[in-house]
Design a protein around this ligand. Structure first.
Ligand code: E4P
Length: 218
C-alpha cells in the first residue's frame, strides 16, 4: 500500500519525505487555504515546490465546476510538472472531464467520492485514482472503511485499472483498516503516519536493551 500525505504544508511534506516511505501528496483547496496560499501564481508555484520535495504523484485540484473550465485548469496543472495528477470532483461535468483527460494521457484523481456508484462512474471514465472520503462518511454514521472494501472488490471483479486512494483518513487505525481492505493508497495526515510507529512494548523493550548494554559498557 502506498502512502500519500494529505497536506499542503511544506514542512510536514519534508518531514514525511525524510522518513523515506512517502509515495506522494494530495492537496485540496481547503488545505491550500489553510497554508495561506492564494492567487493563481502562488498556487501554481506552491505545487511546483511540493513536486520538488517528493518523488511521487501530487494531486492538484481544479476549482471550476463546468466542463470547459475544468479542461482549461486541468491542462494547465498537468503541464506544470509531470508529477501532477489533476483532481476532479465527481459531478457530471467532472466525469466528462476525466474521460477527456484520460483520452489525452492526463492522470486524474476523482475526488469527493462517497458511494460505490460514484466510484463505478469514475473508473468507467478512466480515472487514475478514486478518492473515497472515509472520515467524512464516519462523521455521518456510515462506515467509510466498508466503502473502501466495496470499491476494491468491484474494481478487482471488473478489472478496472483505477487505483483506490483512501482519503479523509483521520487516525492510524483508519490506515490499518484500509490496508486490510486492500486499498492501493492511503492519503493521511502526518500524525496518522507517525502513529504507525507507536507501541509501548517497543519503548519498554528499547529502554531495556539500552540499559542492559550500558550496565556492562560504561
Ligand atoms: C483527499 O484528497 C482530501 O484532500 C482529504 O483527504 C479530505 O480530508 P478531510 O475530510 O479530513 O478534509
Amino acid at each position: 500500500m502506498k502512502f500519500f500525505i494529505d497536506t499542503a504544508n511544506l514542512d510536514q511534506i519534508r518531514e514525511a519525505q525524510a522518513l523515506g516511505v512517502l509515495d506522494g501528496v494530495t492537496t485540496n483547496p481547503s488545505l491550500m487555504a489553510k497554508e495561506g496560499i492564494a492567487g493563481k501564481e502562488n498556487i501554481l508555484n506552491h505545487y511546483l515546490q511540493i513536486c520538488e520535495i517528493v518523488d511521487g504523484d501530487v494531486s492538484a485540484e481544479v476549482i471550476s465546476t463546468d466542463y470547459e473550465g475544468m479542461i482549461k485548469e486541468g491542462e494547465e496543472l498537468a503541464a506544470l510538472h509531470p508529477q501532477i495528477v489533476v483532481k476532479v470532483p465527481i459531478i457530471k461535468d467532472g466525469i466528462k472531464a476525466i474521460k477527456y483527460f484520460s483520452s489525452k494521457g492526463i492522470r486524474t484523481n476523482c475526488t469527493l467520492v462517497f458511494s460505490a456508484g460514484q466510484a463505478l462512474l469514475a473508473a468507467k471514465a478512466g480515472a487514475t485514482y478514486v478518492s473515497p472520503f472515509i472520515g467524512r462518511l464516519d462523521d455521518n454514521s456510515v462506515d467509510g472503511v466498508e466503502l473502501i472494501g466495496q470499491i476494491v472488490d468491484m474494481y478487482n471483479y471488473y478489472e478496472f485499472d483505477t487505483k483506490v486512494l483512501a482519503a479523509s483518513i483521520r487516525h492510524t487505525m483508519h490506515i490499518i483498516k484500509c490496508m486490510e481492505m486492500g486499498a492501493d493508497v492511503a492519503t493521511c495526515p502526518l500524525s496518522a503516519i507517525l502513529g504507525l510507529l507507536k507501541h509501548p512494548l517497543t519503548d519498554i523493550g528499547l529502554k531495556q536493551f539500552i540499559d542492559d548494554y550500558n550496565k556492562l559498557n560504561k
